[in-house]
Design a protein around this ligand. Structure first.
Ligand code: AMP
Length: 506
């Protein structure tokens, strides 16, 4: 089925002939939806797209709250050969204007609450159609879907045709549209399905957003390709997740999910029957890994990926899931630690991670210079992440290249200092950044969050750092905060911290 459409046929294969099997249970309504019904709705969506004049290669931009209908639209786009372009619901009208102007979609779907304010924005960007979709699954997109019949002959799409554009979070400069091909999405999810042993018996708790690679591609595509089921939640609610665990087998989350779940009663009992906990999108503290194992008996399986590359590495399913590492390159992915010229560094040295494989994107939408800067001619993508490979082959991420601190001419890798501080029992977590300093260029400072209810002695912390770190690595100032600023994917926003403490030494 859907033969000729590379991704759609891969997504459908496992559920063919199992039309009544449950694909998804909506946590909000308790309603279950079968594979047959889900794909019938996706086909209606595809018919609606064609009726609107969406042709293969056209972009369909979507900024709506998380709903099942948004997933139907995603698959509808794949079937119709359109390019799905999900956007973070938190973006303002000014930000949306940038994305629509850049991507020039034929159709834009938004939240009805924002329809009137975004209408002129969309019109000024040449968008032909604007429809809406509410959190309750009402709106003109639903009307357009329901006016159509199921049944759709999937548009032929080759492996290198585009399936989606995902904009990077753009913490440095303009956000870039990563062009993801049918092959990149299909191959990566198939690899992960097998690597993490997903089958039709799995029920995955889906509490991640679906405008991002983690919730949209990793979680959803793997489940479809395994013929398993999703327990679909609109947002992250630790108690609801714990209540659901006895009826589920797997959870995919960002590290914040795991730290918050550890603080929620009932975890130990509820997690007994679970098969797998996966973490990614931001570094998981080694301490969280250890506490999770002590509480639940499960080792969290940490993996590493990014918008441009899908998933690159994973800890093993069998074998040691090593805390503080992201495991090994996935089958079909080549990974090397390089200097600035792309030459591999000796094992154990820190350098920039470069990756190559079918999982890697096709370039940035309409930014050939940016693409040429980051994607080498031989196919290796310069991730911008700094890392090393230990003696057993496990990959360690030590931070983003732009977070590297250069103080008095010396390189300081924040992760090294953060790990040391995080090991202190009274510390929950920390972020080490560089701020402008007249003498040193940059000065190392540490922002530290104490464990809830414990008091932290800054002098003791300073002494500890002075015992274990070379002078140039020791934080010149330690600041206590109640929590670190994070984005929706749980990433600590070091940019925001650098901005806040920019004038500390001036
Ligand atoms: P995004 O494109 O939003 O998915 O962000 C990708 C970035 O998140 C990567 O380049 C890494 O810097 C970071 N990241 C993802 N997974 C991990 C992980 N397991 N450990 C450390 N950093 C991670």
């Amino acid at each position: 089925m859907y033969q000729g459409n590379y991704l759609a046929s891969t997504l459908r294969r496992a559920s063919l002939g199992r039309e009544r099997a449950v694909f998804l249970t909506d946590h909000q309504t308790g309603r279950s939806m079968s594979y047959g019904d889900f794909f019938a709705n996706a086909e209606r969506m595809a018919n609606a797209l064609v009726a609107l004049g969406v042709t293969p290669g056209d972009r369909v931009a979507v900024q709506t709250p998380k709903t099942v209908a948004m997933l139907e639209l995603y698959i509808g786009c794949v079937l119709a050969g359109a390019v799905f372009l999900p956007l973070n619901p938190a973006y303002t009208a000014a930000e949306i204007s940038y994305f629509l102007d850049d991507a020039r979609p034929t159709l834009f779907v938004c939240d009805p609450a924002k329809h009137s304010s975004l209408d002129p924005v969309a019109a000024s960007c040449g968008v032909t159609h604007i429809l809406d979709l509410s959190p309750e699954e009402t709106g003109s997109l639903i009307a357009a879907r329901d006016a159509q019949n199921a049944g759709f002959e999937a548009v032929d799409r080759a492996p290198l045709d585009l399936a989606a554009i995902l904009y990077t979070s753009g913490t440095t400069g303009r956000s870039k549209g990563a062009m993801l091909t049918h092959r990149a999405l299909a191959s990566n999810s198939l690899t992960l399905r097998d690597h993490w042993r997903f089958t039709s018996d799995d029920v995955l708790i889906h509490a991640l957003p679906i405008f991002h690679t983690h919730g949209l591609f990793v979680a959803t595509n793997i489940t479809l390709m395994a013929g398993g089921a999703l327990h679909f939640m609109q947002g992250f609610d630790p108690q609801a997740i714990i209540d659901t665990m006895p009826r589920a087998t797997a959870l995919m989350g960002v590290p914040t999910f795991y730290t918050r779940l550890l603080d929620t009663p009932g975890l130990a009992d509820a997690s007994k029957g679970m098969r797998l906990f996966v973490s990614g999108s931001a570094p998981l503290l080694a301490e969280t890994h250890v506490r999770w194992a002590e509480t639940t008996g499960h080792g969290i399986l940490e993996r590493y990926g990014m918008t441009e590359t899908n998933m690159n590495t994973s800890n093993p399913y069998d074998g040691e899931r090593r805390a503080g590492t992201v495991g090994f390159a996935l089958p079909g992915v080549e990974l090397k630690v390089c200097d600035a010229d792309g030459s591999p560094l000796p094992q154990g040295e820190i350098g920039t991670l470069e990756v190559r494989g079918d999982n890697v994107f096709a370039g940035y939408w309409q930014m050939p210079e940016k693409t040429a800067e980051e994607l080498r001619e031989d196919g290796f993508f310069i991730t911008g992440d700094l890392g090393k490979i230990d003696e057993d082959g496990y990959v360690h991420i030590v931070g983003r290249g732009k977070d590297l601190i250069i103080t008095g001419g010396f390189n300081v890798y924040p992760k090294e200092i953060e790990s040391l501080i995080d090991d202190i029992p009274e510390v929950l977590e920390s972020a080490v950044i560089g701020v402008p300093h007249a003498d040193f260029g940059e000065a190392v400072i540490a922002i530290v969050v104490p464990q809830r209810g414990l008091s932290l002695d800054i002098d003791k912390l300073k002494t500890q750092c002075s015992h274990e770190l070379a002078k140039f690595k020791q934080p010149k100032q330690i600041i206590l905060l109640e929590e670190l600023p994070r984005n929706t994917m749980g990433k600590v926003q070091k940019n925001a911290l650098r901005e806040t403490y920019r004038a500390l030494f001036s």
